[in-house]
Ligand binder design. Structure first.
Ligand SMILES: C[S@@+](CC[C@H](N)C(=O)[O-])C[C@H]1O[C@@H](n2cnc3c(N)ncnc32)[C@H](O)[C@@H]1O
Length: 372
């Protein structure tokens, strides 16, 4: 089945792929310099802070569905249902399925940033995703191979195969701006960045003093190649090379180690992610805050997503969700999700902000209707 969907694929990277030929990768001159600098080690590119916004120019791409995307029914309607594993849908009914796993923080942090180009946004550092994709393609990455699949499909999303984490989506910036504007409090909170992609929302929560931050993405390669490096780049303090004092070095190292203890990383489909968390921990401490951006595009995922909120959110917790009004081709969007949630009568929804530029975007807060 083929859908129309407003996705973005960086044009220059597509050009690179077009010229990929027999596997040799031809880079344009600007990327060439990035790559050669990268081959020498990590390159901190502070000159292009707004480049990421270039990614936000939407184009129409085809969205290929790799499974039957029929909406699944959410059977949960109370907090009790959240705690019963039988309330999980069998994966056969779901349009996508990927076993969840936890990703350990690598011991050698320098290696995590190897071959990466770091860019800056106000108060944040993040990997240049085009470079990540280029390297993975060049290395013929043996993992999920989602980059070449997404190029072949001309889509930033292939249902059940690749769910879009290798891009920073527009609503992430809306939520980041909202955090500052509304002075969202993170201090002491346990936070989940659900469908994290780059993980910038969770990273901001960390910077705001969250006590624990978990990241989840469907694709394991996204966690390994983008989320984890972004977290490392934002938690390592100043460049260690500028200090020679052993005491200062040791102090910085222990600070970084303390910071890194706060993070956990997961990949896999949402129901599987819940199962992993709830079955592996005797008393799983629920999240005070779930942050999620551009995760309601596919109505076929609403059941597992709703269940995830239901099962993982603390009774007094809240979800901050950002979404476009409508996702052409896949059919999801704010109003459809609102209707889905209202029908289940578990959560209250409140619109925090409407961004009315081009395609309308919404910031929404959710909390339990009957928390006790
Ligand atoms: C469009 S991307 C948005 C990424 C990021 N939040 C942003 O705003 O830049 C959607 C994200 O939701 C996650 N996702 C979507 N459907 C999922 C599912 N059924 N199970 C697990 N994760 C899913 C994917 O991992 C993906 O990163």
């Amino acid at each position: 089945m083929t859908f129309q969907f407003n996705f973005t694929i960086e044009d220059h990277l597509e050009d690179e792929l077009t010229s990929l030929g027999d596997g040799a990768l031809a880079l344009d001159s600007s990327e060439e310099s990035s790559v050669s600098e990268r081959q020498k080690g990590t390159h901190r590119d502070k000159k292009r802070p707004t480049e990421q916004f270039d990614l936000l120019q939407d184009h129409l791409w085809e969205h290929k569905s790799a499974g039957n995307a029929g909406p699944s029914q959410d059977t949960g309607s109370s907090l009790n249902a959240a705690n019963s594993s039988s309330s999980l849908e069998p994966h056969e009914k779901q349009p996508c399925f990927r076993v969840a796993k936890e990703h350990a923080m690598p011991k050698d942090l320098k290696k995590v940033l190897e071959n990466k180009v770091i860019e800056t946004l106000p108060g944040l550092q993040h990997m240049n995703i085009s470079v990540v994709k280029t390297i993975l393609l060049k290395e013929n990455f043996p993992g999920e191979n989602i980059i070449s699949k997404s190029f072949s499909a001309h889509s930033d999303l292939i249902t059940g195969v690749y769910e879009g984490g290798l891009k920073i989506w527009e609503c992430t910036f809306d939520l980041l701006a909202y955090f500052t504007k509304a002075k969202v409090k993170f201090a002491g909170k346990k936070v989940l960045d659900l469908g994290c992609g780059s993980g910038l929302l969770g990273i901001m929560a960390f910077k705001g003093g969250a006590k624990e931050i978990h990241f989840q993405d469907y694709n394991s390669v996204v966690i390994d190649e983008v989320t984890l490096p972004n977290v490392v780049a934002n938690s390592t303090l100043e460049d260690e090379n500028d200090v020679n004092e052993p005491d200062v070095k040791r102090f910085r190292k222990s600070k970084v180690a303390q910071a890194l203890c706060k993070f956990r990383f997961f990949s896999g489909e949402w129901s599987e992610f819940c199962k992993l968390l709830l079955s592996s921990e005797e008393r799983f401490e629920k999240y005070d805050l779930i942050l999620t951006s551009e995760t309601i595009y596919n109505p076929g995922y609403y059941g597992p997503l709703h269940q995830t909120f239901l099962r993982l959110l603390d009774k007094n917790g809240r979800v901050l969700l950002a979404s476009k009004a409508h996702y052409f081709g896949v059919g999801g969007g704010t109003h459809l999700f609102q209707k889905f949630v209202e029908d289940r009568n578990v959560f209250e929804m409140r619109t925090l902000e409407i961004i009315d530029e081009g395609l309308k975007r919404f910031l929404i807060e959710m909390n339990f209707k009957y928390p006790s």
